[in-house]
Design a binder for this molecule. Structure first.
Ligand SMILES: [Zn+2]
Length: 282
């Protein structure tokens, strides 16, 4: 049996991957990677996500305003988002969400946050709920990012009108006790390969309690590199010296998760294949 992988969340449009894109696409085809959800994060990268989805048939595009980018949005962001979604009837909405980490824990000189105005949690909630309404209206796949704001996220998802197909909590790092409530509201949970790092043992073990029919796997490439020995695909470091995660490391993320769950990779591939199709529609 050929193992075919699905990456529930990455950023193939990122500048860090751009110089290597042809080679990366050939490597992903050889894996094979059957589908990847490529998430836009700000008004400036939506056109590039759209263009990539027309170039590569295995890409499912997703468009949204990431909580880190909420503070730098233009006055017409919502018109622009609605317009690009209208040209992609099967696109998802994401990456959207809430992030208190950038407000309370991020280092002031974190190179990833340079030039960003960090929106307050109230402002993030306003923009998140606006985007969530778009997903519910057209039953689009919503991809949600949450860091250090699980109580606030639950308060919204508990009562909001949600897309009938459910929603994805990408790289789920919330409390294990909240899985049941989120699952009842329709959540899927994607396992990120970086959780294989010993420093993320708590996030990793949480996935033992995710309902099997709600499990997905992701890279978040070029972010969130996997630890060795799971990182088998490599790229040169970013201009600022950071490790660049290759989307081919979806293979390592599946292998690591299968071993964590005591499953064969074949069994995990079959389960994730069914879940991915149920949620993303292919
Ligand atoms: Zn992401």
């Amino acid at each position: 049996m050929t193992l075919a992988y699905h990456d529930a969340h990455n950023h193939l449009q990122d500048d860090w991957l751009a110089p290597h894109l042809d080679k990366i696409a050939a490597q992903l085809a050889a894996l094979p990677l059957r589908a990847a959800v490529v998430n836009g994060t700000c008004e400036d990268d939506w056109a590039r996500v759209s263009e990539l989805s027309r170039r590569y048939t295995w890409i499912i595009p997703s468009f949204g305003l990431h909580p880190w980018d909420v503070g730098n949005r233009s006055p017409i962001w919502l018109e622009k988002l609605s317009a690009i979604l209208a040209t992609h009837p099967n696109a998802g909405v994401g990456e959207i969400g809430l992030d208190r980490w950038i407000l309370e824990r991020a280092r002031p000189d974190d190179p990833r946050l340079v030039g960003l105005r960090r929106a307050s949690l109230d402002e993030q909630i306003d923009i998140f709920t606006t985007q969530l309404k778009l997903t519910a209206k057209d039953n689009r796949a919503a991809t949600i990012h949450c860091l250090d704001a699980w109580g606030a996220l639950w308060e919204i998802l508990r009562t909001a009108t949600l897309p009938a197909r459910g929603f994805l909590l990408h790289a789920y790092s919330g409390p294990v006790e909240m899985i049941g409530g989120f699952a009842d509201r329709g959540a899927y949970f994607s396992f990120n390969g970086s959780f294989l790092d010993e420093r993320h043992a708590r996030h990793r073990d949480t996935f033992k309690l995710v309902p099997p029919d709600r499990l997905l796997v992701e890279t978040d490439a070029p972010a969130m590199p996997l630890p060795q020995p799971w990182r088998t695909y490599k790229l040169p470091p970013s201009p600022t010296g950071q490790t660049v995660n290759h989307p081919g490391n979806i293979e390592g993320a599946y292998a690591g998760l299968a071993s964590l769950l005591g499953l064969s990779v074949e069994a995990l591939v079959a389960q994730v294949d069914a879940n991915f199709t149920a949620f993303f529609g292919r």
